[in-house]
Design a protein around this ligand. Structure first.
Ligand code: NAD
Length: 383
């Protein structure tokens, strides 16, 4: 079987779906690998490195997409003026990529209509068994790290305590809201930089994890059950949400930096910081809202922008993983390699829909959309 590594065409996207090391492992698994010219340049890998790893370099994207059996990508297929990269795929081909299935269900329908077997990286379960394939986590981890660096670079004071001949500078106070993958890495990074860190998460079970990476866990008494099946956070009612906002406001007012990462999968980001709370913060404080793209945990944040509100800087970054493309590509490539190995035997795909990982991640097969939530989203779109 032939595997394609397609070039990413989105503005600012520097990641690539396979790096030379993982390409050589795919070749050892019995696959022929075709890499689009220049696909790895943004992540520091030239075409020669892929050739050395055993890949064939293909200049014509139509040939690459049209003549291969499995196409590996980071971002969903590009669309331009009524044309899409999907048009190049041959019926029966397999596409493995982030596909934003709930945000763009029409794309999933198009893949089904084209008889493409599509695996959406967002739908890989966050289970122990699927951990090595969980690219949402590998990329969020790095986003959590980078969010703290952005905050540190914008903050008009330093993070660590410093005792010098010119006096003692106290450490910066960092508050992390949401202690999932990105939040825990943000805590660890802020601690490494010397800040004093506090954190809150709606799931009380993460208290020990928060403490193990060096932060104090903030407890807010909530009567509503906040944990759903599988240990995920539940979308809570407006009264509970208001209790959380009130409970957090005094901690936010004291913080120099707030990193927000709260999300309930598939739902708009919960609002944790109102404009009134931002106004209570010290001048020069910084908020980095990782959830800015899904509605924002802070009322003032705007996706892709730095906003100043009452002398507080609110950063709403998008696609932070692309700003660290060497490591995020290495991690993503390894996640995809593990998924391909999970789906294939002797260089051929052999899909077992009784397997939980295959069944969850495969969003289209045999001309059908397989995921119920995507089908519901399609009903909403079609009215
Ligand atoms: P995650 O699901 O692992 O963690 C989210 C955490 O938020 C969970 O621990 C959950 O319990 C908690 N939570 C839910 N509702 C809450 C509430 N009301 N109050 C407090 N905590 C609450 O998610 P993740 O992978 O860590 O991603 C976090 C956010 O970062 C997401 O919004 C994701 O889209 C975003 N993200 C952004 C970028 C970027 O470049 N901007 C990159 C990766 C991830």
């Amino acid at each position: 079987m032939k595997i394609a590594v397609a070039k990413e065409n989105e503005l600012g996207e520097l990641r690539v779906a396979q790096v030379p090391d993982t390409v050589s492992r795919l070749v050892k698994q019995g696959f022929e690998v075709w890499v689009e010219t220049g696909a790895g340049v943004g992540a520091g890998y030239d075409d020669a490195a892929y050739e050395t790893a055993g890949a064939k370099i293909i200049a014509d994207p139509a040939l690459l997409w049209g003549e291969t059996d499995i196409v590996l990508k980071v971002n969903p297929p590009a669309k331009r003026d009524g044309w899409s990269e999907i048009d190049w795929l041959k019926p029966g081909a397999t596409l493995i990529s982030f596909l934003n299935p709930l945000g763009d269900p029409a794309l999933i329908q198009q893949l089904a209509q084209k008889q493409v077997t599509a695996f959406s990286i967002e739908l890989i379960p966050r289970s122990t068994r699927a951990q090595s394939m969980d690219a949402l986590s590998s990329q969020a981890n790095i986003a959590g790290y980078k969010s703290v660096l952005l905050a540190a670079a914008s903050l008009p004071r330093i993070f660590p305590m410093m005792t010098t001949a010119a006096g003692t500078i106290p450490p910066a106070k960092v508050l992390v809201l949401g202690a999932g993958v990105a939040g825990l890495q943000a805590i660890a990074t802020a601690r490494r930089l010397g800040a004093v860190v506090e954190a809150f998460d709606i799931r009380p079970t993460v208290k020990e994890e928060v403490q193990s990476v060096g932060a104090k866990f903030i407890e807010i008494n909530l009567e509503e059950d906040t944990t759903a099946e599988g240990g995920y956070a539940k979308q809570v009612g407006s009264d509970t949400q208001e209790l959380i906002r009130q409970g957090l406001s005094a901690y936010i007012a004291k913080a120099d930096v707030v990193i927000t990462t709260a999300q309930v999968p598939g739902k708009p980001a919960p609002l944790l910081i109102t404009e009134e709370t931002v106004a209570q913060m010290k001048p020069g404080s910084v908020i980095v809202d990782l959830a800015a793209e899904t509605g924002g945990n802070c009322a003032c944040s705007e996706a892709g922008k730095n906003v100043t509100y009452e002398s507080v800087t609110i950063i709403g970054p998008i696609n932070l993983p692309a700003t660290v493309p060497i490591n995020t590509s290495q991690m993503y490539a390894k996640n995809l390699l593990n998924l391909v190995k999970h789906l294939a035997k002797d260089g051929e795909l052999q899909l077992d829909f009784d397997d939980g990982i295959t069944s969850s991640a495969c969003v289209t097969y045999g001309g059908e959309v397989r995921n119920e939530r995507v089908k519901d989203a399609l009903l909403v779109v079609s009215g």
